[in-house]
Design a protein around this ligand. Sequence first.
Ligand SMILES: Cc1cc2nc3c(=O)[nH]c(=O)nc-3n(C[C@H](O)[C@H](O)[C@H](O)COP(=O)(O)O)c2cc1C
Length: 301
Amino acid sequence: MIPERMLEERAVQTHEGDFTITVVYSSLTHLYPGMGRYGIRVTTAEGRTLSEFFTNTYEYTPAMGLDAKTTVFHMADEWEEELSAKPFEMMEYFSNIHPRCLPAVEAVDVVVIQGSPRPDGNCGQIAKWIAEETVRFGGTVRVLYPDDMDIRPCIGCYQCYNSGFCTFADDMDEVFGQVQRCRVLAVCAPVYTCSVPGALKILIDRFLSYDAHRRVMGGGAAPHQAGLFFGVCGREGDENFAPLQEIAAGFFATAGIPLRGTAWADGMDRKQDVREVPDFADDVQVQVRRALEQTRASGSG
Ligand SMILES: Cc1cc2nc3c(=O)[nH]c(=O)nc-3n(C[C@H](O)[C@H](O)[C@H](O)COP(=O)(O)O)c2cc1C
């Protein structure tokens, strides 16, 4: 948990009991320049937290004419007024706000994010090689298809840095639950217009809230995990993979998982079939095995 500085404390006495409203501030400048999080917390006389509300400085665009500090003090005024006037209703209201948590998923050793919309294309084949090798190694595997999932694009609201959760509750919760508990996260992706296919890009951007979950809430990745990224493209030449190499580095940094291996197969326009690329299956499978060995040796799983 990140350290908090108390800005103000208000005592609220009511016929339902005494409450304290505390306004707090946490600097998040270690995450982003100038980022700070304001919060209010309502506690009972026994010190039990009834409710919390957080807002951070990155939520407010220049045109909004509002800022996090003004908002949080305004909210504290409102809560104080409401709590004094109708404490029972407010306690009811607070008790109906439930904190989010990631779903309890069945943990697997290897999670594969198959980023091509073609289920049985080249990335589909790579996912199959990864799965086969994992099973050969005695491990368990789950392949996720962003194209088949209900995942809303990130809207840049930065609210994930308040609570560690995205404002959207969709299939990403399952992805996070799965990624949080795996040893190896492998991504396979084709080059699409010097980037990755849309559904995969949407999934990648949504990992911002995973970063928030890890670094604001202290949740997220297991201590020993390994990332792998495998790419294919139509044109000839490794230079076509430059954008994917940057995306892979950025993605795994956001996920907090070290990228331990990559493999690239170019020239698919001519070859069509990744199985025609000499030694590529071996290259993929050696890396999967190595990642499984590394993560086992480091005591996870
Ligand atoms: C919309 C689209 C954009 C593409 N853009 C590129 C590109 O910029 N560079 C490239 O080398 N190949 C490009 N390709 C070719 C794919 O990377 C190639 O066909 C790949 O093998 C597809 O992978 P898959 O079989 O896993 O779907 C593009 C293909 C599509 C459908």
